[in-house]
Design a protein around this ligand. Structure first.
Ligand code: GLY
Length: 382
């Protein structure tokens, strides 16, 4: 348990910032979260909410282990958020269908299935007929599929709303639409957060500002995480409920259904700086990929297009924990896995704030980039 009255200021009310705030508050800390807009309205809102560490085929063992731990933690995490907020959150873990449309992809899926079996992960290889039975929206030219059981999606927009409410009912103060947010540090440690509303002293300041984490005013250069924005464009269709039954990967896109009858189609991955425009070529790429795999989707209306910025790091691992200034802590760089990594990040960060033990976060520390993270930042730039 944290000592009573410990004060934590968090910059960034995305899923990572909010979940960390909730965890800390429920352990007894006084927590204040600052956001320049509404909570969970940037990358947390823009993602598809896929929970897919195995389908994403993460090669990095440390990252895969972290993602797998977070997937395991998801049901209990959502239950806690629902309990604290009174809001419903849509969580579906009924497997992800990774569909093959040629023999080379099918061979790769077979190899992946063997690797998963060796690691004790439940997955099923489906032939063409079984694939069409599992996902009838796919085109007749599908060859087969790999279904990883236990993966799925969370409705990230609903999770964001629920987390904000859970934080507030748990005593967290969320400062919305904050202007001129800046960190204050002295030569040794973090002092607090300043905004147009004044100065909030804090013994711990957590930077959870996603793609903006490296450029926050007041952030000492040697503490700046080397994150860059990686744009993801997405769109949604209005489909009959059940028309696409499960989250499905097809070449060049993924299809993620929602209970309300939307089908999310994502996502591009573009290094174009802080550009959040939806472009004709981005949407065309997604639609080409989706309709090549599932031509019957072509009849449905487009209901929304949008884009968000993932916080990319040089090695695609998140950047968690200590900086050279005492009390200044990072929770950023989650790249493609921010929504998936939310529960485990909150637990690890709250443990770190409580104990000061950096060892469990060593593989994800800023220190892994060496003395000068700025070099890593430059290498990671567009
Ligand atoms: N995790 C999927 C994406 O970032 O597009």
């Amino acid at each position: 348990m944290l000592r009573s009255g410990a004060d934590v200021a968090i910059v960034g009310a995305g899923l990572i910032g909010l979940a960390t705030a909730l965890e800390l508050a429920q352990r007894g800390a006084q927590v204040r979260v600052f956001d320049r807009a509404e909570p969970a309205r940037a990358a947390s809102w823009a993602g598809a909410g896929m929970l897919a560490p195995y389908t994403e085929r993460i090669e990095d063992r440390a990252l895969l282990a972290l993602c797998a731990r977070s997937l395991d933690a998801y049901p209990a995490f959502v239950e806690r958020v629902v309990h604290a907020s009174g809001f419903d959150v849509e969580l579906s873990l009924d497997g992800i269908v990774n569909a093959a449309f040629d023999d080379a992809k099918m061979l790769a899926l077979r190899e992946h299935a063997a690797e998963l079996a060796a690691a004790g992960i439940s997955a099923d290889l489906l032939d063409r007929n079984a694939t069409l039975a599992a996902q009838p929206a796919l085109g007749r030219n599908v060859v087969g599929a790999l279904v990883v059981r236990g993966e799925g999606y969370v409705d990230n927009r609903r999770l964001g709303r629920a987390l904000a409410a859970a934080c507030e009912t748990s005593g967290v103060t969320i400062v919305r639409d904050a202007r001129e947010v800046a960190l204050e540090c002295d030569a040794r440690r973090a002092l607090g957060v300043r905004s147009e509303r004044g100065f909030t002293p804090a013994s711990t300041v957590i930077v959870a500002a996603g793609a903006w984490s490296g450029s926050l005013p007041g952030l000492p250069e040697d503490c700046a995480p080397p994150v860059v924005p990686i744009k993801g464009q997405m769109l949604s269709l209005a489909i009959p409920r059940g028309f696409v039954r499960r989250t499905t990967w097809v070449p060049g896109a993924y299809l993620v259904p929602r209970e309300d009858g939307r089908l999310l189609i994502g996502a591009t991955a573009e290094r174009v700086g802080f550009d959040e425009r939806v472009t004709a070529s981005g949407v065309r790429r997604l639609l080409d990929a989706a309709l090549a795999a599932a031509p019957s989707l072509g009849d449905f209306s487009i209901t929304e297009t949008w884009a968000g910025l993932r916080p990319g790091s040089p090695d695609e691992r998140p950047i968690l924990g200590a900086t050279p200034r005492a009390g200044l802590v990072l929770a950023t760089g989650h790249y493609r896995n921010g929504i998936l990594l939310t529960p485990v990040t909150a637990t690890l960060l709250a443990d770190f704030v409580a104990t000061g033990d950096a060892a469990p976060l060593a593989a994800f520390s800023l220190a892994r980039f060496g003395k000068d993270a700025r070099v890593a930042a430059r290498m990671n730039e567009v």
